[in-house]
Write a protein that binds this ligand. Sequence first.
Ligand code: DX5
Ligand code: ZN
Length: 218
Amino acid sequence: TRDLLIAPSILSADFGALRADVAAAAEAGGDWIHIDVMDGHFVPNISFGPIVVQAIRPATPKVFDVHLMIAPTDPYLAAFAEAGADVITVHVEAGPHVHRSLQAIRALGKKAGVALNPGTPAEAIAPLLDDVDLVLAMTVNPGFGGQAFIAPVVEKIRRIAALVGDRPIDIEVDGGVTPQTAPLVVEAGANVLVAGSAAFKGGQSAYAGNIAAIRRAA
Ligand code: DX5
Ligand code: ZN
């Protein structure tokens, strides 16, 4: 039984006042801060790089969960570690040498995650289980907030949970998580729920209620 954690995704935050908005999401009860890095190459959108992670690091001592949607990944791992990442997740689809990336993240003293796009089978994690601290199942095709939850991924989460077994590996879900979809993925075995639009909607005074609603529903 892994701890249930809610990770607000700052892709839906106010980029004009990002550090303050990250602090607000943390104070509103977010357990981890989910940080989406996009390169306009691996995904069809561009967000930000390590200097922005470093700029928001003072906002909260909570875990910085950095989701790299970039290819290649390896040239940038040290920069994200130095910028204050605690968990660094790379996509299994992002390059031909995923063990090398995962081992490099651990060698930097950080937790290593592997992410799977919706179309990638659960079995892709089988050879990686000794090298990961977290498996991220995407429930949208990465690139944008506010997309619709891809429901067939729920069965895949069940297979991921079976492959993980009782290892100390977090199972995270990202994309379209709301109070409606949260119970489906938790029942399938997920314990870390990323929420972008569902966490940040309605302005800062709504964040605590938004996060609590997801936690309650899960
Ligand atoms: C999508 C990102 C997500 C995104 C989720 O590419 O990886 O973390 O912020 O946004 P919602 O929760 O709005 O689907
Ligand atoms: Zn993400």
